[in-house]
Design a binder for this molecule. Structure first.
Ligand SMILES: Nc1ncnc2c1ncn2[C@@H]1O[C@H](COP(=O)(O)OP(=O)(O)OP(=O)(O)O)[C@@H](O)[C@H]1O
Ligand SMILES: [Mg+2]
Length: 343
């Protein structure tokens, strides 16, 4: 019998352990023995007449001829599960990708923001169990992100991580394997895109397509005095007629729209640094601030945070997968500890 047949045979009886990063914009799953099995939008496509789920993840966001008939639903709001049914509908088919005959249900390590309240944690556990998990443990997202970027979290010297996702900016200081300070604001990249959409609607009379507004946000970023020679073409639906229209938006308009949101994010990070006890603050000056999540891709944000906090800011090399990469590594220790106690 070949090795792969043997291992498939064994997998009937030993379900893989799964790590999940269920984010506001993206869901990522890792299965032991399989690798990364999903990195897709946190979306489900539902038929409004009878609530039938037609597709999840990437399948939900792909354009199809019946697009107008279906409704896209996001189970997440500001980093936490807002709709347990929709979240379990999203997770279930993705979990199945790692099952062979499925005699055993997998154990799941799911990541949550540090400021998630008991009800929000319970909603994530419930959605994951309903999706087919036999036991669920939760891990703080910034701790997973820190491990995912290769930080030595067992170091006795404090290190700071800021994960700026779609719905939440999660800030943590890690020392000797523990979170010694945390704070979070439920303001992140989605608020930047919304602010740009509102500004374009107000100034140009079109509701930009989400993808277009997102691209504009990524292009302009957090650079305070951008030197753009020409305006950006943006397509969207005319606010009056609903017809498709293209407008030209200047970089400075985008900067003006994004500035209040960026100020909120920067203030949250600055306050978190200011509130640290002096000895931890000194250690952070040495180790700097590590940036993960989609926000780390925004041009100029690392520089802006460095100016505002006087710290060295390091944007992660693979910021979008930092949390899932860390959760994957936590699965290994989880299998040997009491991590699975929550179920
Ligand atoms: N290249 C990029 N440049 C700038 N922003 C980006 C880029 N790629 C993704 N983003 C932004 O990052 C966000 C998604 O990041 P991420 O996947 O870390 O969020 P999430 O984990 O789903 O959300 P959260 O952790 O807040 O619940 C989106 O809002 C997107 O606009
Ligand atoms: Mg995230």
């Amino acid at each position: 019998m070949s090795l792969s047949v043997l291992s498939n045979f064994r997998s009937v009886f030993t379900a893989p352990d799964i790590a999940i990063d269920l984010g506001t914009a993206n869901i990522r799953l890792y299965a032991s023995g399989h690798g990364l099995i999903a990195d897709e939008p946190s979306m489900i496509k539902v038929r409004p007449d009878d609530g039938t789920i037609e597709a999840v993840g990437s399948g939900a966001t792909q354009l199809s001829p019946d697009q107008t008939q279906s409704e896209l639903i996001s189970p997440m709001r500001e980093g936490v599960v807002a709709d347990v049914d929709a979240a379990s509908a999203l997770i279930k088919p993705l979990l199945k990708r790692a099952r062979w005959f499925g005699l055993r249900r997998p154990r799941v390590l799911a990541c949550a923001p540090t400021d998630a309240c008991d009800e929000e944690r319970a909603a994530l556990i419930e959605a994951t169990r309903r999706a087919g998990a036999s036991a669920v443990a939760l891990a703080p997202e910034p701790l997973a992100a820190a491990i995912g970027i290769g930080m030595d979290v067992s170091s006795i010297y404090a290190q700071m991580i800021v994960d700026i996702g779609d719905g939440v900016t999660d800030i943590a200081v890690i020392r000797s394997g523990s979170l010694v300070a945390t704070s979070a604001v439920r303001i992140a990249c989605s608020n930047l895109v919304t602010a740009v959409c509102q500004s374009v609607a107000q100034e140009h009379g079109i509701e930009p397509y989400h993808r277009e507004a997102e691209r504009l946000t990524w292009r302009v970023g957090a650079v305070r005095s951008p030197q753009f020679s020409s305006p950006f073409a943006v397509a969207g639906a005319d606010c009056q007629t609903g017809l498709q229209r293209r407008v030209y938006v200047h970089g400075h308009e985008v900067v003006a729209a994004m500035t209040p949101v960026l100020d909120t994010i920067v203030s949250a990070v600055r306050d978190a640094v200011k509130d640290l006890p002096p000895e931890i603050g000194c250690e952070i000056i040495e180790s700097g601030l590590h940036l993960t999540g989609g926000g780390a891709c925004l041009p100029g944000l690392a520089k802006l945070l460095a100016e505002e906090t006087s710290l060295d800011v390091h944007a992660a090399r693979n910021p979008l997968r930092a949390v899932i990469n860390g959760a994957r590594q936590m699965l290994i220790t989880g299998a040997q500890t009491e991590l699975w106690a929550v179920s």
